[in-house]
Ligand binder design. Structure first.
Ligand code: HEC
Ligand code: HEC
Ligand code: HEC
Ligand code: HEC
Length: 474
């Protein structure tokens, strides 16, 4: 496993292809309650848009990556990860099956199976992987009356975007133990042993799940805060912005749990924790005239994030929420101060955990997304120069530009539906061209170690993209 490969699993996979389901291969007792053909185990019909509720299980079992999440733990890659983590104890699935199993349960199955939802993995349901209950809650609690289950809070809310994103981040960002739920984290130990780094971005991940729900209904359901029906157009912008804030909050919660572990005996978390810090602060080639040096020289001293050579914190989850809040209040605000102070505190090799906790406590209540998602994503996508050029930040910018593109495409489709063929061909061409430029940019981001944000190829593609997208506005 090369360093680059560890990164790339997560950067924007192409959207899942809508193909016919191949029948359910993954039947087990744990989901018996959901999988009858009259309930969620029906077959997928070619035309049956209204029947998604009925085929949810079939789609999940045959196409959803979550169905294999537990099986992955028994494969070669996981065996290598475990061997590296517990060396020299040598927990081996063949010679020490019990020890291997209990290690998996403690460190891995918390995210790779449905546990913590009121049941241990040892009851035999673990092999269901990340199943219905992980996202919808334990069926026993609400079976028979889903509406009552929703009202009483036993069934998790997934209809609205904010609670939905909160369901995902528990595993895709990580979370401390609470309410009987176990701690879940992928720290630098796991990453160094070969686990993919978790680079979650809600919209991209949502797009790439094979939907077992009615997408049209889902888009129509998204409403503006004042209750006005917004329709399809802003779904992408709304999901992107919501996901940014929910993920940033989850990352800060995890940072708090790590800071609280400072000097204590907490076995779930460690302090300091390398995975809090930009990977490229430590992992990069040495070259004369590196882009880091160039970027540093270019910045005005007051904008410089940190002295050259120091650690850089928060490059994945904070750049976009931070810019979104700044765009609302352009002058240097208290919000910006909290981010900056936190960044400064996290520069230290052993950051002052008390100070970090005070700063996260000040910052978290301010993490409220602006009320205008479409304008926000547009503004941020247009302002690449506000970022400092770390691969993480540029990848987040790319995801924002992709979200804006998707929002513009949805707007276009909506206006066509409303019988507005004016300039339709022109807009379609502009959408196609900008899509191709986005793909060019994605390819440049494929290798973090070779990526140069100051390079002509990258700068040229960005300029072209912004020109193409400007044509689509209005
Ligand atoms: C905090 C939750 C979490 C924990 C704990 C966790 N994982 Fe994962 N794991 C994930 C997620 C999420 C992915 C998918 C990453 C992605 O593509 O974004 C993943 C992916 C993987 C993959 C790659 C799967 C593939 O299809 O290529 C392997 C292998 C893996 N995990 C093994 C393990 C092992 C072994 C452990 C325990 C030592 C473990 N995981 C602990 C969340 C977790
Ligand atoms: C109980 C933990 C858990 C929850 C909750 C969860 N996931 Fe996952 N997810 C995983 C694990 C583990 C994997 C890796 C599975 C594998 O590779 O087999 C994964 C994989 C994925 C993948 C495939 C990633 C890749 O690299 O191919 C996507 C997309 C995804 N999840 C989206 C979501 C979304 C969207 C939500 C919320 C609606 C969500 N997940 C909720 C644990 C979870
Ligand atoms: C990774 C998280 C995740 C998993 C696992 C998952 N779902 Fe869902 N499910 C969602 C999301 C997100 C939606 C869309 C929002 C909604 O309708 O609540 C959804 C929607 C649904 C719907 C409503 C469909 C419609 O359009 O009317 C049903 C029914 C459903 N899921 C059943 C299941 C069943 C059965 C399983 C297990 C086989 C399952 N889900 C597993 C996330 C998940
Ligand atoms: C504070 C410095 C530091 C940071 C930040 C850091 N690492 Fe590491 N990493 C190390 C050290 C030290 C080693 C051990 C090197 C060795 O064994 O040669 C290591 C080892 C690794 C390894 C295994 C060895 C290899 O080169 O393949 C991987 C993979 C890895 N880190 C990935 C990451 C990722 C991904 C991030 C960001 C989430 C990250 N690291 C952040 C210092 C760091």
């Amino acid at each position: 496993m090369t360093f680059t490969a560890v990164f790339l699993t997560a950067i924007l996979m192409p959207a899942a292809e809508p193909t016919a389901a191949q029948g359910a291969a993954h039947v087990s007792l744990g989901m018996n309650s959901c999988t009858a053909s009259a309930c969620h185990g029906g077959s997928v019909t070619a035309t049956g848009r209204q029947r998604e509720w009925n085929s949810s299980y079939t789609v999940w079992a045959s196409k959803d990556p979550h169905a294999d999440a537990y099986a992955v733990l028994l494969g070669d890659r996981s065996q290598r990860i475990v061997a590296r983590l517990v060396f020299p104890e040598k927990v081996d699935p063949k010679t020490t099956p019990k020890e291997y199993q209990s290690f998996l349960e403690k460190r891995c199955a918390t995210c790779h199976a449905t546990i913590g939802e009121g049941r241990p993995s040892s009851d035999g349901f673990a092999e269901d992987g990340v199943s219905c209950a992980s996202c919808h809650g334990v069926a026993g609690d609400w079976l028979g009356d889903k509406h009552a289950g929703r009202k009483s809070g036993q069934m998790k809310v997934t209809q609205q975007l904010e609670p939905r994103a909160k369901v995902c981040v528990v595993c895709h960002v990580g979370s401390p133990a609470h309410n009987g739920e176990p701690a879940r984290e992928v720290n630098h130990d796991l990453i160094a042993a070969g686990h993919p780094r978790l680079n979650f971005e809600f919209l991209a991940y949502l797009n790439s799940l094979p939907a077992h729900w009615d997408l049209e209904k889902d888009r129509q359901r998204v409403r503006q805060p004042n209750g006005v029906k917004k329709g399809q157009a802003n779904f992408a912008a709304e999901a992107w912005l919501t996901g940014q804030f929910v993920a940033a909050n989850a990352a800060l919660e995890l940072l708090e749990a790590r800071a609280k572990a400072d000097g204590g005996t907490d076995k779930d978390h460690a302090w300091p924790e390398f995975s809090e810090v930009s990977c490229y602060a430590c992992h990069h080639d040495l070259r004369s005239q590196s882009y880091r040096q160039k970027l540093f020289q270019r910045e005005k001293p007051e904008n410089r994030r940190s002295p050259i050579g120091s650690l850089v914190w928060g490059t994945w989850y904070s750049p976009m929420p931070r810019q979104a809040l700044l765009a609302q209040q352009p002058a240097a605000t208290n919000d910006e101060d909290s981010w900056r102070q936190l960044e400064r505190a996290m520069r230290a090799i052993h950051p002052d955990s008390k100070k970090v906790l005070a700063l996260t406590a000040a910052l978290r209540p301010k993490l409220v997304p602006p009320a205008n998602p479409l304008q926000t994503v547009e503004r941020l996508a247009k302002n690449l120069s506000a970022l400092q050029g770390d691969w993480d930040e540029i990848a987040q910018w790319y995801l924002a530009a992709t979200a804006w593109h998707q929002a513009l495409r949805e707007e276009h489709l909506e206006s066509q539906k409303n019988g507005d063929p004016v300039k339709s061909g022109e807009r379609e061409a502009a959408l196609r061209e900008s899509q191709a430029t986005l793909e060019k940019i994605r390819r440049q981001l494929e290798s973090p170690l070779e990526f140069d944000p100051t390079g002509e190829a990258f700068q040229g593609a960005v300029k072209l993209l912004l020109q193409q997208l400007a044509k689509l506005e209005g």
